[in-house]
Design a protein around this ligand. Structure first.
Ligand SMILES: O=C(O)C1=C[C@@H](OP(=O)(O)O)[C@@H](O)[C@H](O)C1
Ligand SMILES: C=C(OP(=O)(O)O)C(=O)O
Length: 486
């Protein structure tokens, strides 16, 4: 797998609502046809973050684990393929929703292996960060590499955190501490870990999940507690709380420490695990995965933009994913919310611009930015400097594309201000928009087409990273076809 591949539908070309193809430059474009209020009920596929966490824990758990409601997409496929490469027996069924991880097989994590395992992880941040930590703890020789953009996404803070506690060598090969990552490890030794948290929370999450793996491979201890302290700021905090919950489901224990820390340490986590008789730090189990809350943001946004009413089922405020908090952002903008045991409904109302810190829910910034085009005044997004290190620069590139639609978007070091035209929607117009191989750019920008004619999204198959069926699902929800052109 080298370039994202999507099973995208080409249905609209023959539909009554579709227009004629408007581009013939050899590129695929998708255009959502403007129409009325979007109302309906939908359930997105499983959470990427939970699927990849559960896969890591299951791979180092005793016995068999069965994950249900899992996500099948490029980001989870590269994780599964990497785990198979090191010897895991993984069966995928029910269209990817069910994943069985059998741990009766022998993992190939011996430091004596002659050649490093070559693990291709495309552009999956969770996969490379979680595996770097887990495999350095398990021991063995690996080279983790991906697409060009992955080799520009930082991992230096994670490598620097591992060096002092690992027996062996680990280094990031590209400039500025970016992948490929080369590991030659005989496992971790005991000791406190310090990690930077200002670029990505995934480093900390990876180390937390790796701690029970390291304990399992230690000769002497059958129980071990590892302290992992964060130096300075910690971004995307809800993902760390999610990590703690997954670790606990698979048999570990996590305690949050906020006092008695050294200078510069802002928070620490004590991860405890006991190694069972099979020699694993985790215990296999049946594990149900929530629908993806970041994916849900597009459908809630569709209601907000169009003045409709959309229910996303399978997600409530009790969800483990912080991104369900996106509904509160929409409420702040004027939308109405309704929650019951079944899910959360957003009903669109006249939208007002807001000033909001989105550090905790940064994957929904692009969704919000598109909703903000239709508000009565400017929206200022703060606290998301880390969005520059994702699939693309999600501040600069986002501002560039929104400006093409007629809004006035200013870039700040930590976010952006989206100012809709003075004459509102009349001042917005269609454009051909770049997606920068960023699934969230494609999914969010396409929503502008719900109310603006001629919004054409380039290379929509990049949604395969986390949501291969996105445009098919959107089409079902909005009840009319979008139009494809080549
Ligand atoms: O831990 C996770 O599952 C994730 C953490 C976030 O990354 P950062 O911590 O880099 O913000 C988020 O953007 C990503 O999509 C998934
Ligand atoms: C940032 C993202 O992914 P990752 O960091 O896991 O590649 C994302 O899915 O928006």
């Amino acid at each position: 797998m080298h370039e994202p591949q999507a099973s995208v539908p080409h249905t609209a070309a023959s539909s009554a609502n579709s227009a004629n193809p408007s581009s013939s430059h050899g590129e695929t474009l998708v255009e959502v046809i403007p129409g009325g209020a979007v109302s309906g009920t939908i359930q997105p596929p499983g959470s990427k973050s939970l699927t990849n966490r559960a896969l890591i824990c299951a791979a180092f758990a005793s016995g068999t684990s069965r994950l249900t409601g899992a996500l099948r997409s490029e980001d989870t496929e590269v994780m599964i393929e990497a785990l198979r490469t090191i010897g895991l027996d993984i069966h995928v069924s029910e269209g990817g929703r069910s994943i069985q991880v059998n741990n009766s097989s022998t993992r190939s994590t011996s430091a004596a292996q002659p050649d490093p395992h070559s693990l291709f992880i495309a552009n999956s941040g969770t996969t490379i960060r979680f595996l770097t930590a887990a495999l350095s703890a398990a021991g063995g020789r690996y080279k983790l590499h991906g697409v060009d953009r992955m080799h520009e996404r930082p991992i230096g803070d994670l490598v620097d955190a591992i060096v002092p506690i690992m027996n062996g060598t680990i280094h990031a090969e590209s400039t500025n501490g970016c992948p490929p990552v080369v590991i030659d490890s005989a496992g971790w030794h005991a000791g406190e870990i310090n990690v930077g948290g200002s670029v990505s929370s995934q480093y900390l999450s990876g180390l937390m999940m790796a701690a029970p793996i390291a304990a399992a491979f230690a000769d002497s201890d059958s129980t071990r507690t590892t302290r992992i302290a964060v130096k300075g700021e910690l971004v995307s905090r809800p993902y760390v709380d999610m990590t703690a919950k997954v670790i606990e489901s698979f048999g570990g224990a996590v305690t949050t420490v906020t006092s008695g820390l050294a200078a510069e340490q802002t928070v620490a986590f004590d991860i405890s695990s006991s190694v069972n008789t099979d020699g694993y730090g985790y215990r296999g189990l049946d594990y149900a995965i929530e629908p993806d809350a970041s994916a849900a943001s597009y459908f809630w946004a569709a209601a907000a933009i169009s003045g409709g009413s959309v229910t996303v089922t399978g997600l409530t405020r009790d969800a483990m994913q912080g991104d369900v908090g996106f509904v509160d952002v929409l409420e702040k903008m004027g939308c109405e919310l309704h929650e019951d045991a079944n899910g959360i409904t957003v009903t669109g109302r006249p939208l007002r611009g807001i000033d909001i810190d989105m550090n905790a829910i940064s994957d929904t910034v692009q969704t919000l930015a598109v909703v903000a085009l239709f508000a009565d005044g400017p929206t200022r997004v703060r606290g998301v400097a880390h969005n520059r290190f994702k699939e693309t620069d999600r501040i600069g590139d986002l501002a560039c594309e929104l400006n093409k639609l007629g809004a006035s978007v200013t870039e700040h070091e930590d976010g952006l201000t989206i100012t809709p035209p003075a004459d509102g929607i009349k001042g917005l117009h269609g454009a051909v928009l770049e997606t920068y191989h960023d699934h969230r750019m494609a999914m969010s920008l396409s929503l502008a087409g719900l109310r603006i004619a001629g919004v054409k999204i380039k290379n929509p198959s990049c949604t395969a990273k986390t949501y291969p069926e996105y445009f098919a699902d959107l089409e079902k929800l909005i009840g009319r076809s979008h139009h494809w052109s080549h």
